[in-house]
Design a protein around this ligand. Structure first.
Ligand SMILES: [Ca+2]
Ligand SMILES: [Ca+2]
Length: 94
């Protein structure tokens, strides 16, 4: 889907492609990421799944605590975007 983030891996000083909670690596943290993490726990692997993004507590495994942390981001908007904080609203597309 998204292209052009591979270069970030070369520079370990700044890994811009890492977004905590974005388990399916589509740039946003939403229910799809929780589903992706649940699938991973169930053994259903997706090509888009990014373990480092889904591993919220950094213990290198995906567990319920990671799901909880992910849900918290979705509900509380821990990583809010500057100037808005709009959760993708399908009804207000410009
Ligand atoms: Ca995502
Ligand atoms: Ca974890």
């Amino acid at each position: 889907m998204s292209v052009g983030s591979l270069d970030a891996y070369a520079d370990t000083a700044q890994v811009e492609s890492t977004k905590k909670g974005d388990a399916n690596n589509d740039g946003v943290v939403n229910v799809s990421d929780v589903v992706a993490a649940v699938n991973y726990i169930l053994g259903i692997n997706s090509a888009d799944f990014v373990l480092t993004n889904a591993d919220m507590d950094g213990d290198n495994t995906i567990s319920v605590s990671d799901l909880v942390a992910m849900v918290n981001i979705i509900l509380n908007g821990e990583e809010t975007e500057p100037g808005g904080g709009d959760i993708q609203n399908p009804g207000t597309k410009s």
